[in-house]
Design a binder for this molecule. Sequence first.
Ligand code: FES
Ligand SMILES: [Fe+2]
Length: 371
Amino acid sequence: MAAPDALKREAPDSLMLTGFWYRALPSEKVRGSALQKAMLLEIPLVIGRDRNGKAFALRDACPHRGMPLSCGRFDGEQVECSYHGWKFEAASGQCRLIPSLTAEQNLKIDRIYAGSFACEERDSFIWVFIPDPGPAGAGFTRRDDPQNPAPQVPTFSEKFKTAYLSSAMPSTVDHGIIGLMDPAHGPFVHQAWWWRSQHSIHEKRKHFEPIPNGFRMSAHTPSSNSAPYKLLRLYADADSITTTIDFVLPNLRLETIRAGKYWFSSLTTVTPITRDQCRIDVVACWNIFRFVPFGPSLLKFVFAKFVEQDRRTMELQSEGLKHNPHLMLIDDADRPAKWYFGLKAAHLEAKRTGEEMKHPMGGPVTLKWRS
Ligand code: FES
Ligand SMILES: [Fe+2]
């Protein structure tokens, strides 16, 4: 067996990937003409909605002298800075008014911009695109728009239910992500009488394959003996249950379970807020048990319990990480974590060279572990 790989501490600037969409705030937190603060990748943001309800995101610092724009006034179209009253178009950040200018001072104010970010609303969240850091001279540049739309939870029927959950984690985005894809902590962290105990540990084999920017675990369960699966198969009247879990850079975990005409899917993201804080957001959609009245609340309860166990674990782990201990990743249970670091490194390398990204996986792999 190969020696365990040391988990290298990444350079701080490679810790958080730019050039991607990130979940900024739950949609319901941004209402009317109120301005909300948010933080993504250590960038302070002010988020609001224009008169038509369309969300926008600006850097929460006036390009004049840095006053947070969230302290200003918003009329549904323009944000007015509370320091000297400069006004900016909410959607584009373009400057519209500098009250101190006299009639003969012809500063071209429409060439001044407050930092502005592309913004889209999907599945109960406002997503913000964090571009690669641009050339200096910010304050005079209009933003570039992203090439891809924000990610979305896949759905497979017209009617379905949906719920979301958020939890702030006191850990770097990397520890948040590898914690999310780690199969070996289940029996120790997620114990519950109705779920499993340490004694239920058994050997597992899972199939993985490379996908663009990530990897997929796929499972086809024609005859699983576990109680929830048996129940589901019976209920769905399906021959088999197919589960796929994708991880895609920078921070997306997509899970889809399909059984006949029934399905469940979720999109979990681990969002870097600052260098040592992240937030886990789970959005789930399903048409299984749609007619059970307590379906969403029960599911939310189970999810919340899991996420809280992870949060508590990371809180304790952050104590241990404070003083830079030596860490390691072992095969096979930590192989997905190694792929994650490999993907990140390959992505950054491809960006640096302009060449196509070299995927860290050579092809499909079967991993074995006990959990
Ligand atoms: S700091 Fe905003 S207008 Fe001067
Ligand atoms: Fe967990």
